[in-house]
Design a protein around this ligand. Sequence first.
Ligand SMILES: C[S@@+](CC[C@H](N)C(=O)[O-])C[C@H]1O[C@@H](n2cnc3c(N)ncnc32)[C@H](O)[C@@H]1O
Length: 263
Amino acid sequence: MDDFHTLTATIERLLHIRCGNYKEDYIKRRLSSRMNAVSIKEYLVYNKYLLSNPDEQEKLRNALTINVTKFFRDKEVFEIVKRELIPEILKKKQRVRIWSAGCSSGEEPYSYAIVLYEIGLTNPTMDALIIASDIDYEILKRAKAGVYERPALDNMTELQIKKHFTLQPDGKYEIKPHIREKVRFQYHDLMRGEPVAKYLDLISCRNVTIYFNEQQKNDLCKEFHNGLVAGGYYVMGLSEYLGKEMEPLFRPYRPLLKIFVRQ
Ligand SMILES: C[S@@+](CC[C@H](N)C(=O)[O-])C[C@H]1O[C@@H](n2cnc3c(N)ncnc32)[C@H](O)[C@@H]1O
């Protein structure tokens, strides 16, 4: 085994991150940023350092699982969710189940929760739940805490902020219980091959697969197909795409906004 693969085998064992399923370039770039930070040039030297240093293990996990996100990221997508997708789901039943896969620090699932809350004001019998999952335990803790700096809220109106957040003395914003209670956070590795639940109405997996290789992206698509009801929605990130092979599984709904319907 070469030095790079010795190191990735250690990472898989220690951090349970399956490097082989990510693009090799991506893993190499993230590794090199950590190795530079600790002034190590050789994969094998870093391997040894990693094995004996739990603090570095956490730093590497953070480097490999980039967590950038914000509330209502790509506002126009959430407009369509509110105006078209949820009303369409509600035509058939009063129960709405959403999975935010790769939810990072919670901004995405809480954005869906805000949309559902707003719809629920005129639709009190609606029963809504959002399952939010990530592979990064630390980020899940932050998601559950639900406390944010002001820039994360930039895509929201003042009214929405007032309604759904409590301004704390330190200037941070805490999500209010009526939104928090709609989201259930859990650990889940998207490379496991099993969805968190079945008969879901909408799966939002945005800005996660950009780091996955083609095979893994296709496997994930099948996992989502398996988790959605027929006619359910798959919402991807704007820079992500559905591979040719997966086109029989999903038909485009709003192709530019990367919204698809399960066949
Ligand atoms: C850039 S964030 C995207 C957050 C949010 N979906 C958005 O679009 O704003 C990517 C998230 O995917 C998570 N992730 C990466 N690989 C994963 C995997 N195999 N299983 C579950 N989550 C993963 C990372 O931990 C990170 O929190």
